[in-house]
Design a protein around this ligand. Structure first.
Ligand SMILES: [Zn+2]
Ligand SMILES: [Zn+2]
Ligand SMILES: [Zn+2]
Ligand SMILES: [Zn+2]
Length: 138
């Protein structure tokens, strides 16, 4: 079910601002911070009210359209249907890439079976060397 259908079913009106926010979240595969969203909206709808944006994000989270999580002390949002991902961060050039969360499902199972530990695997930052920097260092 699309986010706009969900909002409609919950009785929320699709105001132009809400529509812009929902569209922007759909167009962005990765996550965004509220600040990134606000600076985009300021180019499209000048004079937008920041607290309206925060309220809309809360409403989208309550409705299950977006997932809110905390990373490096910032709140980030992403489209719920995208699933989570992890970050590969290059320690030399600082470039980040996303990788699929499924890659870690076996580690998650081992932690659960061996330690009885239920790991919260989302947005893990894995540092290392990116392919470009590996080539240079050879
Ligand atoms: Zn959606
Ligand atoms: Zn996530
Ligand atoms: Zn690099
Ligand atoms: Zn992430």
């Amino acid at each position: 079910m699309s986010c706009s259908t969900i909002l409609k079913q919950k009785g929320y009106k699709m105001t132009p601002q809400r529509r812009l926010i929902v569209e922007y979240i759909h167009d962005n595969q990765s996550h965004l911070t509220a600040d990134e969203l606000i600076s985009f909206l300021e180019t499209r709808a000048p004079g937008i009210n920041k607290s309206t944006v925060y309220r809309t994000l809360d409403l989208l989270e309550e409705s299950g359209c977006v997932v809110k999580s905390e990373i490096d002390g910032h709140f980030i949002y992403h489209h719920a249907e995208e699933g989570h991902h992890h970050h590969l961060v290059c320690r030399v050039c600082g470039k980040t890439q996303d990788c699929n969360e499924n890659l870690f499902s076996s580690v998650k199972d081992v932690l659960a079976n061996r330690y009885g530990f239920q790991a919260d695997f989302k947005h893990i930052m894995i540092t290392g060397l990116c392919s470009a920097c590996r080539k240079k260092s050879r």
